[in-house]
Design a binder for this molecule. Structure first.
Ligand SMILES: *Cc1c(COP(=O)(O)O)cnc(C)c1O
Length: 390
């Protein structure tokens, strides 16, 4: 039972001992009976610390990533927070230059108040990560592909640098999941997930997880951080995520297939200035994508020649794809990074990251790809009026 598709269905599944029901029940409960005062430790004592439904999900996620263990959290941000809080005042983290906006906010607005030091480095170049490591560095954190320009981090190259410097490497593997990218096998010590995205996959929950390759001390730290801050995942959310993971492989195969088809067609369309998708040979890091990814994933970024007004018209004309934040679920969604996910950045910072006013991010869902293309074409036709006078 070692292959991913099988693990996705069976790992952590615990038929109910009392009834024989073949699925893990939703253990909707606060506390657990203890045998005697001073007895041996029970597997569960209080649901802030652990819960059997959540534990079943942790077992599955650890099996899918090929890690020693996993700890689930109330959100992807809570998972990232628990990892970063291991740093004490005066300690330093090197962060990939294009990471999720919430991660940047957490560092700038919260953790910096507690003395945690951070600096950004170009994650496409292991030597740039190496140069950013100081004697105070206790963690390197990268994301690949990164939001929203789909820039890749060279995970195994960075892992080598981290091993030499004796600094642990955390990879936010949300975009591709262990189906699309084997973060731990590529050398990461921690794989971080917003399970909100592909792992649950149905736009129905908020959740997060950290999968640990082998370090017991990280598992104990993450459990302590969760129990202390009360950032536990609720049992119903865990159950929905367990259900979502069962179809992870079939969903991701279709997501990636449709995304590649749409990316190819967008690239051949006038009025589209550039298309960014790791599965396209034109992606600046396509060779790296082929080395470290199984497929290009579900997210495409593309730039309309007519700038912000073209983007506005494009989105307004859509009937099937919804303008909304988030990605990686059955419903296709589009976002305008410059005014949504990356609005907190200065125009200069956005320009440096390639987040232009005409850039759109499309999360390709599981609708029929021809229906999606029809909708995208409707958007492109609406945007075209602008292009002529831009
Ligand atoms: C969504 C996301 C997060 C944050 O996860 P939440 O579940 O929304 O808290 C972190 N990293 C990446 C790459 C994401 O896409």
């Amino acid at each position: 039972m070692s292959r991913l598709d099988t693990l996705a269905v069976h790992a952590g599944r615990r038929p109910d001992g009392d009834t024989g029901a073949i699925l893990t029940p939703i253990h909707q409960v606060t506390t657990y009976a203890q045998d005697e005062i001073g007895g041996p430790p029970a597997p569960h004592t209080y649901s802030r610390a652990s819960n059997p439904t959540v534990a079943a999900l942790e077992e599955r996620l650890a099996a899918l990533e090929g890690g020693a263990g996993a700890v689930c959290f109330a959100s992807g941000m809570a998972a990232l927070d628990a990892v970063l809080r291991r740093l004490a005042s005066g300690e330093h983290v090197v962060v990939g230059d294009t990471v999720y906006g919430g991660t940047v906010r957490l560092l700038r607005e919260i953790l910096s108040r507690h003395g945690v030091l951070f600096s950004f480095a170009d994650a496409s170049r292991p030597d740039a990560i190496c140069a950013a490591i100081t004697p105070q560095t206790r963690l390197v954190l990268v994301e690949s592909p990164a939001n929203p320009t789909l820039k890749l981090a060279d995970i195994s190259g960075i892992a080598r640098v981290c091993r030499e410097a004796d600094v642990p490497l955390a990879v936010d593997n949300t975009f591709l999941t262990p189906h699309g990218q084997r973060a731990l096998e590529l050398g990461a010590d921690l794989a971080i997930h917003s399970t909100t995205k592909h792992l649950e996959g149905h736009n129905a929950t908020i959740g997060g997880a950290v999968v640990v390759r082998d370090a017991e001390d990280w598992l104990s730290w993450l459990r302590l951080a969760r129990k202390s801050a009360g950032t536990n995942l609720a049992p119903f959310e865990a159950w929905l995520t367990l259900r979502g993971t069962k179809t992870l492989a079939v969903r991701l195969e279709r997501h990636a297939q449709s995304a590649l088809a749409l990316a190819c067609r967008l690239e051949a369309t006038s009025g589209v200035a550039r298309v960014l998708y790791p599965g396209l040979p034109s992606h600046p890091q396509h060779a790296l994508a082929k080395r470290q990814q199984r497929h290009g994933g579900s997210v495409i970024a593309f730039e309309l020649a007519g700038g912000k007004e073209a983007a506005r018209r494009f989105v307004k004309a859509l009937r099937l794809v919804t303008l909304a934040e988030s990605l990686g679920a059955v419903e296709s969604l589009v976002t305008h990074p410059a005014t949504m996910t990356h609005a907190a950045y200065s125009p200069g910072e956005r320009a440096a990251l390639g987040v232009t006013d005409g850039l759109l991010r499309l999360s390709v869902g599981l609708e029929d790809v021809e229906d999606l293309w029809e909708d995208v074409r409707r958007g492109l036709v609406a945007a075209r009026g602008v292009e002529a006078c831009a």
